[in-house]
Design a protein around this ligand. Sequence first.
Ligand code: FE
Length: 341
Amino acid sequence: MKKYLILLLSLFVLGCTNKNNNKEQITIYTKRHYDVDKDLFKKFEEDYNITVNVVQASADELIERIKTEGDNCPADLLITVDAGKLYKAANEKLLEKINISEINTSINQNLIDKNGYWVPITYRSRVIAYNPEKVDIKDLSTYEDLKDSKWKNRILVRSSSNAYNQALLSSLIAHNGKNATLDWANKISDNFARNPKGNDRDQIRAIYANVGDIAIVNSYYIGLLKSSDDEYDKEIGNAIKVFFPNQGENERGAHVNISGIGLLKNSPNKENALKLIKFLTSEYAQNYYTNNSFEYPVNLNVKPSNIVAEWGEFKIDNLDLNELGIKRKQAIEIFEKSKWD
Ligand code: FE
């Protein structure tokens, strides 16, 4: 309720600031809360002379809000950090198809929505961060292997209510089936170094504090620690290494998810909204993302930042990313049944 009030208030404030101004505008409902987004929206405002209004909340809250507002919804675009949530919005008939060939022909085809409802803006892998002083890299292999008792009391990961973990579990269900995935969730829980708590960055910090030896985290958090202004976080970022699971010849590759954008069916400013999608996938914006948030660029003409490139190239699990939404309900049910808090 409190969050909803904040949303209402933020929109009211935005409404007031734009009242006396006939400038073109667009409204974005976004889950992302990073400074890099603010910078890019500002650059877009300057280059295109279009005012960008931003409402930030969780993807589920934003989707509910879009449904409640219906025809009166002021939003043009929905940005999430999870293909599963964009699938959900498309499935609820909130999104309009986007002709990607008119937007950008350089986007990695493996990461686009085959149904045409959303466009990726960055991608990230859920990797294993590890302490090289405690872990022999030869012991690391696959997500599946993390259920092995050799990892007893060594694994750090956040709670099962987190969307990144739910997306990873959805991918495991898609590849290994429900029963094997429940077994995995239970056995990996037996190997946890502590009860899940904190965010991804906290898991990496806990490796450095010797609470555990390995952590399941999104790749860019290691880059963010490495480039942090905080000296201690920087030290942690430099000490911890990145391992991409499931890289063997017959293996499927490391789990990835996208941050992506969908055009809302009731968008009042469609043309301007499409201009923003074009801008966010442009070489300029893609370079800005990878150099500041350490995510991977989806534009094939853009190279990952030096920090990201240092982790090496890796094989991506090419599962249709909509599966991360299709399997989500099952993933939540399995987590609820499992020992993973
Ligand atoms: Fe994140």
